[in-house]
Design a protein around this ligand. Structure first.
Ligand SMILES: NC(=O)c1ccc[n+]([C@@H]2O[C@H](COP(=O)([O-])OP(=O)(O)OC[C@H]3O[C@@H](n4cnc5c(N)ncnc54)[C@H](OP(=O)(O)O)[C@@H]3O)[C@@H](O)[C@H]2O)c1
Length: 244
């Protein structure tokens, strides 16, 4: 079994937007361990360069996925992509009646429109026997009243987009990974000093009484890339958090 996993992406060209931190970084590390040549794309060029060097990735790029011209530039010299993974994003939170609408647009710009622009930028350089993996999240199924409705809509939108693109881009496979709350730098970036209290309260409620790890969620990204019959699917890796 270990050999199957070790060789599940032999010499495949994998590009991971959001591959410089958290879930994406673990996915990149595991894809490399499975034999892939991985290029990670982050927002911060210095961070992307450092992460790629530390992990021995095949390359790195920097882009702002809300600015299509930077996506085009980041992909310009990549000849061929077998597996494209789009995980870049931030926690866009704000109540519909209160938040700045331009800020709320960001939830869709980072996800739905970033995916559209990235696929258009790649065009037929995306292998026909390859795959695309998006990310949504437990909010798509379990909303709350704390200013996450637009983010939930954008996340659910990725699931619908993947199903449509599984037909439009066929025979390329297109799937979405939906993680539960995962212990990545995103939580501290978003919640600052409130992170620990938030996590403690959440753990009480969750069936497994813990958050997901980047390795658990990253492994599911590699599964979606490497299992050649997974298509049009939303894979929930959430420890059962949709049940509570
Ligand atoms: N963690 C969770 O609980 C959770 C749950 C559900 C869904 N998600 C989603 O999963 C994805 C990854 O989350 P994570 O927890 O792994 O977060 P993370 O550790 O903060 O990593 C975010 C990644 O996205 C990149 N990024 C952010 N904004 C970008 C932009 N405008 N353009 C290009 N790259 C950008 C970051 O690059 P830099 O490092 O250079 O900034 C980094 O590589 C996000 O879309 C998040 O919404 C996370």
């Amino acid at each position: 079994m270990a050999d199957v996993i070790a060789n599940s992406l032999p010499d495949r060209s994998v590009v991971i937007f959001g591959g410089t931190s958290g879930i994406g970084l673990s996915a990149a590390q595991q894809a490399k361990a499975a034999g892939a040549k991985v290029v990670v794309v982050g927002f911060d060029p210095a961070g992307a360069e450092r992460v790629a060097a530390e992990n021995g990735f095949a390359g790195w790029r920097a882009a702002d996925v809300t600015r299509p011209e930077t996506i085009v530039a980041a992909l310009a010299d990549i000849a061929h992509v077998d597996h494209l993974v789009l995980l870049a994003g931030t926690f866009v939170a704000g109540k519909v009646l209160e938040a700045d609408v331009a800020y709320l647009h960001r939830a869709f710009n980072e996800r739905v429109w970033a995916a559209v622009h990235t696929l258009r930028a790649l065009g037929d350089r995306l292998a026909t026997d390859g795959s695309v993996t998006f990310i949504s999240g437990v909010l798509a199924d379990r909303p709350n009243a704390y200013g996450t409705a637009v983010l939930a809509a954008a996340s659910a939108g990725m699931e619908a987009l993947a199903r449509g693109l599984a037909l439009e881009l066929a025979p390329r496979r297109v799937n979405t990974l939906s993680p539960g709350t995962t212990d990545t730098p995103l939580l501290a970036r978003t919640l600052g000093e409130g992170r620990d209290a938030y996590v403690a309260a959440l753990k009480e409620k969750l069936p497994l009484h813990r958050l997901g790890t980047p390795a658990e969620v990253g492994a599911a990204v590699v599964f979606l890339m490497s299992n050649s019959f997974m298509n049009g699917e939303t894979l929930h890796v959430d420890g059962g958090s949709r049940l509570v």
